[in-house]
Design a binder for this molecule. Structure first.
Ligand SMILES: [Zn+2]
Length: 113
């Protein structure tokens, strides 16, 4: 389950930020996850709880914002939203898509004390 190591990465960022921004408790984390990141939301929420136990983020809320992925369709000559990697173009049904994003994950905002 790679969500566990993703959450450890997030916690690392929270702890680094705590020193830099001088907070000692995290209340809410808003996390943006692209549709193609291959992250399971439920597994992510579960892992986050486990990883944060006994840390400055214990009991904090994880708010996940799912972002649609973007692709450029050569046939339509326009940009379209897709939800998985090998999906046809939602406009023309063609497969000539250049995926240009959607596998990113980043902390958008933090609520801290
Ligand atoms: Zn198309």
């Amino acid at each position: 389950m790679h969500e566990m190591s993703l959450c450890e990465g997030i916690l690392q960022i929270l702890e680094d930020q705590a020193a830099a921004q001088q907070y000692d408790k995290v209340k809410t984390v808003w996390l943006e996850i692209g549709a193609l990141a291959g992250v399971e939301i439920q597994a992510m929420e579960f892992s986050f709880d486990v990883v944060c136990r006994g840390t400055l983020a214990e009991g904090s809320r994880l708010e996940i914002i799912q972002l649609p992925a973007n692709a450029w369709c050569l046939q339509c000559d326009t940009s379209v939203d897709i939800s998985e990697r090998h999906q046809p173009c939602p406009r023309c049904g063609g497969y000539q898509l250049h995926v240009s994003g959607g596998d990113e994950m980043r902390i958008k905002e933090l609520e801290v004390e």
